[in-house]
Design a protein around this ligand. Structure first.
Ligand code: HEC
Length: 147
């Protein structure tokens, strides 16, 4: 039999890189398609839920006066607010809510770095107010008559 059928090992050796190459190229194709789309609802839900984890770290950090934990949680929240999955609505108000949220996270992080527990607790209340305000805004935008 002519090559490549003579030896299954040759076929495997030649075939595996091809499969990998196809998977990589396919993966790149898919991810560029995804990048052009608005974020998928599933991804957004997972992403948004992760905020609760970060928030829990901050809260635990405040309860235990663990300033590293507070600062890390605040940092994760500030970073999340800059990710593409965060940009659910393309309105100036949403951008303003996001910017205010990020500023509060940054105050929280500064207070934690200064090991100022009262300042951090106060900044945390500000952050949670921003969570609530942005969610109210998003609800109002989507279903104006339900609030
Ligand atoms: C600037 C706006 C904004 C801020 C600030 C914000 N969120 Fe959200 N959040 C959203 C949007 C938009 C959604 C809904 C995404 C969707 O369903 O389309 C959401 C959804 C969620 C969800 C539901 C996820 C799900 O579908 O199960 C949780 C939980 C959540 N946010 C937690 C928080 C917490 C905690 C904070 C504050 C630490 C916060 N968010 C701050 C915009 C915001």
């Amino acid at each position: 039999m002519p090559y490549p059928f003579r030896s299954p090992r040759v076929v495997v050796r030649a075939g595996l890189p091809l499969v990998i190459a196809a998977a990589v190229i396919g993966g790149i194709g898919l991810s560029t398609m995804r990048a052009q789309d608005t974020p998928r609802p599933d991804d957004v839900a997972v992403f948004m839920r992760a905020k609760l984890d970060h928030a829990q770290h901050v809260f635990a950090g405040l309860a235990l006066a663990d300033f590293d934990r507070i600062a890390r949680g605040a940092n994760e929240l500030a970073l999340a607010s800059q990710a593409s999955s965060w940009q659910v609505l393309q309105t100036p108000e949403y951008a303003r809510h996001s910017a205010e949220f990020r500023r509060s996270c940054e105050s929280l992080r500064s207070a934690a770095r200064a090991e100022n527990l009262d300042g951090a607790a106060l900044a945390w209340m500000e952050v949670t107010m921003k969570c609530i305000q942005c969610h109210r805004y998003v609800r109002d935008e989507r279903e104006p008559e339900s609030n």
